[in-house]
Design a protein around this ligand. Structure first.
Ligand code: G1P
Length: 299
């Protein structure tokens, strides 16, 4: 079995669901509590043993590259002022020299196209793909659990979660086959099925382990739903087994204002240093704001 060392982060998206916040700031740099969304996703990859981080970026995304670089003046100033805790925290998150790569998607032709742009940087080895809008909360990271399944099965792994059956048309949906290790065999996949046609309510939540043969399929540049090059279509054409890992933690879609706010509240409550005051604040807000809401409705 080929060892998993690399991860791809498609970060070229325009963030149109989050305007005007994302007009000049990449959506991946919006902060959940005190770290950018992309930092959560990169940390999840690092915790799963990933050694090389490949970003498929676009125009106006250069600040992501800066975020993962050494901030020489800042580090020096923190050291001089004896702010050792803050410095250590930054250094702990700092990728080592040569551990990051950046390429540009140039044209917005879909997720499949973004992944294909990473073909030379990935080379002939398996890779993890983490969609940066989706951040996850659980004791053990989603990708780490997927790596455990991968070590049993090899081939391709897709993480899934249950969604409201009325929402299946928003996602890639998989069919569930026999159980294997801590996962199951995937019997089919469909990207954004029409209402009533989904094979299950298990949706692809944005974490994948893929074999490099996917690049050959993607290089055909075949367009699917929305006239975009769809990753799910390419996965279907790959003549290799796919396994599903049913993730039981929480997933937040930070590409939408609702998901982003949920993530902020959930991660603030998860943090022991701010949990107590946050819980009180939320209780107070619920108490004060609910009557206002009722007034607005009855008006
Ligand atoms: C993409 C994938 C889809 C997956 C979703 C998760 O869709 O194509 O299979 O369920 O991400 O967020 P997109 O959100 O880019 O339309």
């Amino acid at each position: 079995m080929r060892k998993l060392r690399k991860a791809v982060f498609p970060v070229a998206g325009l963030g149109t669901r989050f305007l005007p916040a994302t007009k000049a700031i990449p959506k991946e740099m919006l902060t959940v509590v005190d770290r950018p969304v992309i930092q959560y996703v990169v940390d999840e990859a690092r915790d799963a043993g990933i050694e090389h981080f490949i970003f498929v970026t676009g125009r106006n995304k250069a600040v992501i590259e800066d975020h993962f670089d050494v901030q020489f003046e800042l580090y020096n100033t923190l050291a001089e002022r004896g702010k050792d805790d803050q410095l250590a925290r930054l250094q702990q998150l700092q990728p080592l020299p040569g551990q990051t790569s950046f390429t540009r998607q140039q044209v917005p032709l879909g997720l499949g196209h973004a992944v294909w742009c990473a073909r030379d940087l990935v080379g002939d080895e398996p890779f993890a793909l983490l969609l940066p809008d989706m951040i996850m909360q659980s004791e053990k990271g989603c990708l780490k659990e997927m790596v455990e399944l991968y070590e049993e099965t090899g081939n391709n792994i897709v993480a899934v979660q249950e969604c409201d059956p009325a929402e299946t048309h928003k996602y890639g949906i998989v069919g569930r086959g026999e159980s294997v290790a801590n996962g199951f065999r995937i019997t089919g996949m469909v990207e954004k099925p029409k209402p009533g046609t989904a094979p299950s309510n298990l949706y692809i939540n944005g974490r994948y382990i893929l074999q490099p043969e996917i690049f050959e399929v993607l290089s055909r540049q075949e367009k699917g739903a929305g006239n975009e090059i769809q990753l799910t279509d390419a996965m279907l054409k790959l003549e290799q087994p796919f396994y599903g890992y049913h993730y039981r933690g929480r997933t937040f879609d930070c590409g939408s204002p609702e998901g982003f706010i949920e993530a902020n509240v959930a991660f603030a409550l998860w943090r022991p240093d701010i949990n107590r005051s946050m819980a009180d604040t939320i209780e107070g807000l619920l108490r004060d704001i609910r009557p206002v809401e009722r007034r607005a409705v009855s008006r």
